[in-house]
Design a protein around this ligand. Structure first.
Ligand SMILES: [Zn+2]
Length: 286
């Protein structure tokens, strides 16, 4: 799933490619992908693109005040084409959910692999009309996202830090992968209780949050859409690296699995050398 750094790179990529162009068509190949019905897709036809923006993990193409907003979710992706086929996309024939045509013949497809369809698109007059955007917490790379602000946001939170970092209403743009990375850099257990962190640990976590995301944005920046997934994977220290050596201390990266997700961490770096209980592992041992 693309998170803040990849979405930012997609935004920059689209901003550059769509500059000076108009949208000439929005074709739906999956009717369930579009979550709004007014304005209709035709409202974007012939409208110049004014800018491309990011809200958390949402992309927002502003076409003269009408916004095409989309969220790639778990298995969605954006496929750019300098020359789109002229044939109209047909429902149910491929992984393409939505196609956007631009005035020079280029454009992009939003695709979704897998059966759990969660890719979502919206056509709105104001991005805040998208419920997921209206509820977003602050952007962790914004200038006003200060250490003091982060400290006060954590106060009284009785939840585990891993879940809180992923919560889009707490901060916008961090998902499962970068929260694993941030906690590894901060040398913090994913199960630490957010509101109980010592002041120096909060300092470390804040620095890890900003540095990890800034570093990933710098790495992703300027890469074409098709290279972003591999670049993201290659940059991970512990996320999705179960069984591999930790690049900092050499201990084996472990995981904790849940019903539909898992987290990875290094025991030596993050939990005082003690492996965390894993539901799946303990079930196997029973
Ligand atoms: Zn380690």
């Amino acid at each position: 799933m693309p998170e803040l750094p990849e979405v930012q790179a997609l935004v920059d990529f689209l901003a550059e490619r769509t500059a000076g162009l108009a949208i000439t068509g929005v074709e739906l190949a999956s009717f369930s992908v579009l979550k709004t019905f007014n304005p209709p897709p035709q409202a974007l036809e012939g409208v110049p693109v004014d800018g491309v923006h990011r809200h958390g993990k949402f992309l927002d193409i502003d076409a003269d005040g009408t916004h095409l907003v989309f969220h790639l979710a778990r298995a969605g992706w954006l496929r750019w084409s300098d020359q789109l086929p002229t044939t109209v996309v047909r429902p149910g024939k491929s992984t393409i959910a939505l196609r956007v045509r631009l005035s020079d013949g280029s454009g992009f497809d939003l695709t979704e692999a897998g059966t759990k369809k969660s890719l979502a698109a919206y056509i709105v007059k104001d991005p805040a009309e998208v419920p997921g955007i209206a509820r977003l917490g602050p952007d962790p790379l914004a200038d006003d996202f200060t250490l003091e602000r982060f400290r006060s946001m954590l106060e009284g939170r009785r939840t585990q830090i891993k879940g809180l970092l992923r919560d889009q209403e707490f901060i916008a743009g961090v998902g499962n992968a970068y929260s694993d990375e941030i906690l590894h850099v901060a040398k913090l257990s994913p199960f630490a209780i957010a509101g109980s962190l010592a002041p120096e640990v909060v300092d470390r976590l804040y620095a890890a949050l900003r540095e990890t995301l800034q570093g990933a944005v710098a790495t992703a920046s300027g890469k074409p859409a098709k290279e972003l997934k591999d670049a993201k994977r290659a940059g991970m220290r512990v996320h999705a690296r179960t069984g591999e050596p930790c690049p900092v201390c050499g201990d084996t990266v472990r995981e904790v699995s849940f019903a539909d997700t898992s987290l990875q961490y290094c025991p030596t770096c993050q939990t005082g050398g003690k492996p965390l209980a894993d539901r799946r592992m303990s079930r196997l041992l029973k």
